[in-house]
Write a protein that binds this ligand. Structure first.
Ligand SMILES: [Zn+2]
Ligand SMILES: [Zn+2]
Length: 368
């Protein structure tokens, strides 16, 4: 059988972009996959291999150049056996993207005679889990515990997180995890080293994938995590729970908990200080006394109003602000405001008239 032109096999023009080549391969790989053609599996296998070979060559700049210049004879020398085999194929990732969902990952086991589900996560650390935790000012006292739920990849118990029990050295890289590709070209011989596409760098392939996790080595588990909210922690600050993230064969990732502070009903936070406005009746501003104020610890707060206070006036209450990480507290600043009178009583005019003789004239306040 005469070898067909690669561009013709994929149905793309000679000046096709990589995106066009990818798209063409995507379509053809799906159409010719043997599992999609159970009636004539053998023929489909040939076609599938043919489009994959064309894809391998046209996606590799050096191989493509050789092919464009010298045709099949030019490029076939770059294949290990002098002709294309699956060992020369570098795009199992793409193939898994294209077909993975279609066949539930069975593609490699069924077709290539080896488990494409190699230990691709082996050297890879598990991912981090980001959590945004909503907290109130009350939660920041350093005594409060909070829980949140996550779905975490954990090591499969059955295979100890290895994806299987029966391993063999990767035939493509000889267990090295890396492959050297020598390419002859017009300009000389190029050697490039890349991660082995078959074992994805682990140097091993699983012969019998674990039946519980399907060879992934990990299983999603819902978990509830409890943390102590750090004392004095602020909006957008975060803590890292090392090794509590997703499992990966190269180690576990972290959980990153970011705090999102809920606005408080009464207090405004600035750093470790708190700001509060209270409305104080006229008589209390004049005579002094104490008023109830909200607090962060559920205890009733009280505050002294000095005799002869005015409004607005800011009173600093030391040590009644936010807890600080190393101990100590910020301050509380209370702004006194005049409580409006709640009456429509006719007698009010008389009372105010009577007060007038004690009032001074409106005066501008001197700054110093
Ligand atoms: Zn390998
Ligand atoms: Zn398993």
């Amino acid at each position: 059988m005469k070898k067909r032109d690669y561009y013709e096999v994929l149905g793309v023009p000679r000046n096709a972009s990589t995106d066009e080549i990818k798209k063409a391969y995507r379509d053809k790989a799906k159409r010719h996959h043997p599992d999609m053609n159970p009636q004539n599996k053998k023929e489909a296998e040939e076609k599938f291999k043919e489009v994959s070979e064309a894809y391998e060559v046209l996606m590799d700049p050096q191989k493509k150049q050789l092919y464009d210049q010298y045709g099949h004879d030019g490029v076939s020398q770059t294949f290990k056996g002098g002709g294309f085999t699956w060992d020369d194929f570098h795009h199992f990732d793409d193939l898994q993207d294209i077909l993975g969902n279609l066949f539930g990952g069975s593609l490699f086991e069924n077709f290539f005679g080896f488990t494409g589900r190699t230990q691709r996560q082996r050297a890879k650390r598990g991912g981090d889990i980001h959590v945004i935790l909503s907290i109130s000012l009350e939660d920041i006292t350093g005594q409060i515990k909070k829980q949140f739920k996550i779905n975490r990849n954990e090591a499969c118990q059955q295979c100890n997180g290895q994806g299987g029990t029966d391993f063999s050295s990767c035939p493509q890289c000889g267990g090295q995890g890396q492959v050297r590709t020598q390419t002859q070209s017009f300009f000389g011989t190029f050697t490039s080293v890349s991660t082995c596409p078959r074992c994805r760098g682990s140097g091993q392939i699983i012969k019998t994938p674990c039946s519980k996790c399907g060879g992934e080595g990990r299983i999603k588990v819902p978990r509830t995590i409890e943390i102590k909210v750090p004392r004095g922690v602020g909006h957008k600050q975060y803590i890292v729970l090392r090794g509590e993230g997703h499992y990966g064969r190269g180690g576990k990732g972290n959980i990153i908990v970011e705090f999102e502070e809920k606005p408080h009903e009464y207090f405004e936070r600035r750093g470790y200080d708190l700001y509060l406005r209270v409305f104080v009746p006229y008589s209390k501003l004049i005579n002094g006394g104490s008023v109830d104020i909200p607090s962060l610890n559920n205890k009733k707060g009280k505050m002294k109003i000095p005799k002869g206070s005015s409004a607005p006036e800011i009173i600093r209450v030391r040590g009644k602000g936010m807890p600080q990480p190393g101990g100590g507290q910020g301050d509380l600043y209370v702004e006194l405001n005049l409580q409006p009178l709640e009456t429509t009583d006719k007698d009010l005019d008389k009372i105010l008239d009577a007060l007038k003789k004690y009032e001074g004239k409106p005066t501008p306040k001197k700054r110093k």
